[in-house]
Write a protein that binds this ligand. Structure first.
Ligand SMILES: NC(=O)c1ccc[n+]([C@@H]2O[C@H](COP(=O)([O-])OP(=O)(O)OC[C@H]3O[C@@H](n4cnc5c(N)ncnc54)[C@H](O)[C@@H]3O)[C@@H](O)[C@H]2O)c1
Length: 309
């Protein structure tokens, strides 16, 4: 059995950092693709030159074409423009739609058996677009958002309580926008329900900070958006798939009746293994949680309509 192949389209901040995490974890050989000449070649050579120091075995190839991506097991798509201060994820739709349509076609032509992991924003809409354009089964098109958003929630809880991030479990539903639905009721610290550790006002404040977590980083950076946590999250999905780990993680997937939603890509907990999305887990929700989920679904639906597919 040879090494797995992971292709990453878009060698910008998220793509190149994902290449770093994936190579260091020895998930497989990495192919980095970008339209800018020299960028994927330079970043991949630099990363490969780190391997004798860090001691990982993974080939890292950079290219402006798609030939090297042939027969990839996993393809991570990060190509597109990121948000600037004051922009919403939706503002990216028109430009990124064109990029994703062309990238997905080229990827699937050469790797018809691959699992696609989408990163480009607006995430839920671009995942839907990739699903429709790729012709792949719904189990093999996955959007990354919930892991990142839940990680932000966990990070804020750990800071508030001054406890290890390792002990925090958190779940989240919905689209990757300010209307995402963090679920304090499904959040624990070493099994202890969050409500026993923090007053409601504090939890509400952390939920609100989580919803605006992406914007917080953009405002600090001024140019570009978050990339360390997003790339780590995307590689967690790739690892769960390539190692057939059967992990349960919140991901953006195509729904066909689950949660009462149809023909939408939306964030829900799923089981990830070698087949991609192996099952979708339906949580029991309170009326208030249901209301928030349907509000988030409405804004994702509106954005999907703008694709005019
Ligand atoms: N889903 C999430 O949670 C999440 C988190 C962070 C960023 N993002 C999104 O990911 C995307 C990438 O962010 P980034 O910070 O890496 O941006 P970036 O500008 O650093 O990188 C994007 C790269 O894509 C390349 N590119 C553009 N068109 C291309 C094409 N047709 N083929 C191949 N490459 C192409 C660009 O040359 C650039 O190098 C953005 O849309 C951003 O909003 C999503």
């Amino acid at each position: 059995m040879g090494r797995k192949k992971i292709s990453i389209i878009g060698a910008g901040f998220v793509g190149a950092t994902a290449a770093h995490w994936a190579a260091e974890k020895e998930l497989g050989d990495v192919v980095l693709v970008d339209i800018i000449e020299g960028i994927p070649q330079g970043k991949s050579l630099d990363l490969f030159e780190a391997s004798p120091i860090e001691g990982f075995d993974a080939k890292v190839i950079g290219t402006n074409a798609y030939e090297e991506t042939k027969d990839s097991d996993v393809v991570i798509i990060t190509s597109g423009i990121p948000r600037k201060p004051g922009m919403s994820r939706e503002d990216l739709l028109e430009i990124n739609k064109k990029i994703i349509e062309s990238v997905v076609t080229q990827v699937v032509e050469r790797s018809p058996k691959a699992i696609l992991i989408m990163v480009t924003n607006p995430l839920d809409t671009m995942t839907y677009l990739a699903f429709k354009r790729s012709g792949l089964p719904k189990q093999r098109v996955i959007g990354m958002a919930g892991i990142l958003d839940a990680a932000r929630f966990k990070a804020f809880i750990a800071m508030e309580l001054n406890v290890s991030v390792e002990d925090i479990q958190a779940l989240l539903l919905g689209g990757h926008g300010d209307e995402m639905v963090p679920l304090p009721r499904y959040t624990t610290v070493s099994g202890i329900p969050l409500a026993q550790l923090l007053p409601k006002e504090t939890v509400d404040r952390l939920v609100e900070r989580t919803r605006k977590g992406g914007g917080e980083i953009i405002n600090l950076l001024k140019a570009g958006s978050a990339f360390y946590a997003p790339s780590a999250a995307v590689v967690q999905i790739a690892e769960a798939i390539l190692k057939d780990k059967k992990r349960i993680l919140p991901c953006c997937v195509y729904l066909d009746g689950e949660y009462g939603l149809k023909d939408i890509c939306f964030g829900v907990p799923v089981k990830l293994g070698i087949g991609g999305v192996e099952s979708i887990i339906e949580l029991q929700l309170t009326d208030e949680e249901k209301r928030l989920v349907s509000k988030s679904a409405e804004s994702v639906k509106k954005s999907i309509m703008e694709l005019k597919l």
